[in-house]
Design a protein around this ligand. Sequence first.
Ligand code: NAD
Length: 495
Amino acid sequence: MAEKFLNLVGGKWVPAKSGEFFENRNPANWEELIGLFPKSGPEDVDAAVGAAKEAFRSWRLVPAPKRAEIIVRAGEILRARKEELARDMTREMGKVIAETRGDVQEAIDCAYFAAGEGRRLYGDTTPSELPDKMALSIRCPIGVAALITPWNFPMAIPSWKAFPALVAGNTIVLKPATETPLSSYHLFRVLEEAGMPPGVVNLVTGGGSSCGQPLAEHRDVGVVSFTGSSAVGKLLAQATGQSLKRLSLELGGKNAQVVMDDADIDLAIEGALWGAFGTTGQRCTATSRLILHRPIAAEFTRRLVAAAGQIAIGNGLDAGVQMGPTVSEKQRQTVHDYVEIGRKEGAKLLLGGASLTEGPHANGWFHQPTIFGDVTPGMRIAQEEIFGPVLSILTVDSFEEAIAVLNDTVYGLSSSIYTRDVNRAMRAIRDIEAGITYINGPTIGAEVHLPFGGVKETGNGHREASHTVLDIFTEWKSVYIDYSGRLQRAQIDNY
Ligand code: NAD
């Protein structure tokens, strides 16, 4: 009998009020049932938000350095358990163990970085225009933060949201993706063990429209932090727009790597392989388009296709495996659909293009690394996010054309250019429309102390990570302290 996991509401582990559960299965071997998780609905959300609201009354008064100490402890527990957490994450999500270790490490990095903010949370002090008067600005917590997360970084993304939100003095309710609830369960166990008071951290698992939407729309939620698809992000923007609550959106991408004729070609091939096929292409920052300068395009493509054809595919826990399955049947079907679209659009299938369904791959959602050549900027496979191991190669005649093609998408998350010409690199930094630009590195590899997010339809202007995440989870308050003992009218008495 599979283990039944529970929600965390007000410091107690409880089932959904409906008593129903949903299954979590291993995408590399769907016969492995990892566990059953509560199928929560609006009434569970209501209870969790109620608990968080109540806990906020005292949590906001705990000094920030003390709140941060609990986050440091959580980081230490995560560090001690990194290996077992990574193994469980590979079981539920499919990416290879080296990458799930990296995912847990990102949570650890985030814990330490966010905890440091407990002793900063800087505001400004500034002179008043009036005598005997002091002026300053301080950051205040917002209240209950609703965190809604996708499955591709099952521990890193919840941590990116939870740790800074908590250090800033908010209480939280997290709804993770139904594909990866186990990693969130582990994270909340860790937070509890680290000493979070009851009600400060709450976890509800369940579907997007039945659990995520009521959470985002709940009137006692002050801020919603969402990472996921642009389609759902737009729905949430409409819903939260009605109540004018704060909403931070981290959405899709159609990231490109440019390779110019002066690049270190070996390095660029290595970068393209990692960017396109790492995490089975299921990163919001994955390299989905490769833009090659014509003089090197043919040779680069030949070598890349040969190397991608060697990628070892299988269960991410097995030694030597470099690429795991897609996360679900639905995700593999999406990949399959885009392969068909690419074919019909006239792109040339250079590698892969099929699901793997035999032998060691028979019970998993495996798909071959796939590369299309002769892709033109207007094709759907050059415009739409696929979120799988599919790379589209476009060829350009100049640096200017490369930047124009790179920018020709509704998204703007990550970008990369390989060149040894410093002038080209500097112009690329200036002209690329994206939240992240790598020079001589692939499109993936963000670090927690730099702002993370994108432009255009990748988001709505917020940046997670870094100190910029505090602008999501705090309100500014301006404070004027008059010690003159008389009424002083700004703009009037002093002019
Ligand atoms: P998704 O939008 O389907 O789901 C994300 C989360 O939203 C899940 O928890 C889901 O249950 C929930 N959800 C679904 N419908 C909802 C609704 N109506 N109301 C409230 N919540 C709802 O995305 P996904 O398939 O889990 O993740 C893949 C997407 O996430 C890709 O588009 C990818 O680019 C994006 N992503 C972006 C970033 C980033 O930082 N920009 C990072 C990782 C993933």
